[in-house]
Design a protein around this ligand. Structure first.
Ligand code: FES
Length: 305
């Protein structure tokens, strides 16, 4: 073992353990106390700060509850930037809450977020969020049930074969039977704040609601050269080619398969996948009518009430 003091930051709990006999000193360097292998709190929950008292075990439960209550009270909450393992645990906690309430998982949404506020050059990382039957809309959305709902123009895929391994681009059509025009409503419970990957994962990638047009059979060519348009009260407010979705919307399935494998999640046949957005999100305001049109694929409309 190294003779130099070492610090171990536990990636699961956030606690910070130093090695050896450590002197705690005051501002003048006077020794207050010597402690062997002290463990400090890095999660912020300890009642005996600066030391870890084990309260980090409550972190996932408390964080998940806070996010859930933010939804129910329609109030943004603060982000604590959880570490990756905890972010995943918080997303799973929220999913279990939904399943216990009788909801069923019907698919996933693909999303992106910046990796870390601490990176010198932040890069976008791919994440996913669960879609449940309760999130599926028909023709309207009650905006008061959301915090800051935004609509994105996306491709919806119907999965025909379980995704349990990484998919090669040449295999995508073996996994997709149908495609449709989709509106994904994302609604981060942090409000409008910049979202980083761990916060986004903890909040289920902002997945809040979705609606799609009639399914059409999937052919490789039927996403090429198409353009998505978003309308508010029949006025075009956003437009973008579908190539804005990762250069090619089919690649969303390829990249998603990698993320699912990394997270040990299998996506059964029959699931819906929302591709990630072609356009910027359009804020939904009650009283307006919205539509997404992808000519050659379909049109879907939504009334905000
Ligand atoms: S890290 Fe253990 S209580 Fe905070």
């Amino acid at each position: 073992m190294s003779e130099k003091p070492q610090a171990f930051i536990n990636p699961a709990s956030g606690s910070i353990r130093l090695t050896g006999d450590v002197d705690l000193v005051d501002a003048e360097g006077k020794v207050i106390e010597s402690i062997d292998a002290p463990k400090f709190c890095g999660c912020g929950l300890s009642k005996g700060k600066p030391f870890c008292d084990g309260s980090h075990k409550e972190y996932v439960k408390l964080f998940a509850e806070q996010l859930r209550n933010a939804r129910e009270l329609v109030k943004p909450c603060m982000s604590f930037s959880p570490m990756p393992k905890r972010a995943h645990a918080i997303r799973e906690n929220e999913l279990q809450y939904r399943l216990a309430a009788g909801e069923t998982v019907v698919g996933v949404k693909v999303g992106g977020a910046l990796d870390s506020p601490n990176s010198a050059e932040p890069t976008s990382v791919m994440i996913f969020g669960y879609l449940t039957d309760a999130m599926q809309l028909t023709d309207s959305i009650k905006t008061a049930n959301y915090i800051y709902p935004r609509a994105e123009a996306e491709v919806a895929f119907k999965i025909s074969k379980e995704i349990s391994t990484e998919i090669h681009p040449s295999e995508v059509l073996d996994y997709v039977s149908h495609v449709a025009t989709g509106i994904e409503i994302f609604d981060y419970r942090y409000g409008q704040a910049q979202i980083y990957a761990n916060d986004a994962v903890a909040d289920n990638a902002g997945a809040a609601a979705f609606v799609h047009s009639h399914w059409v059979p999937a052919h490789e060519e039927n996403l090429e050269n198409l353009t998505a348009q978003v309308f508010a009260n029949d006025i075009e407010v956003e437009t973008a080619p579908l190539t804005a979705i990762r250069g090619n919307p089919w690649l969303a399935i390829v990249l998603l398969s990698k993320v699912l494998v990394e997270n040990d999640v299998k996506l059964p046949a029959g699931s819906i996948v929302f591709s990630g957005s072609a356009t910027k999100g359009v804020h939904l305001a009650a009283g307006n009518n919205y539509a997404v049109d992808i000519k050659g694929l379909g049109r879907v409309e939504l009334k905000a009430i």
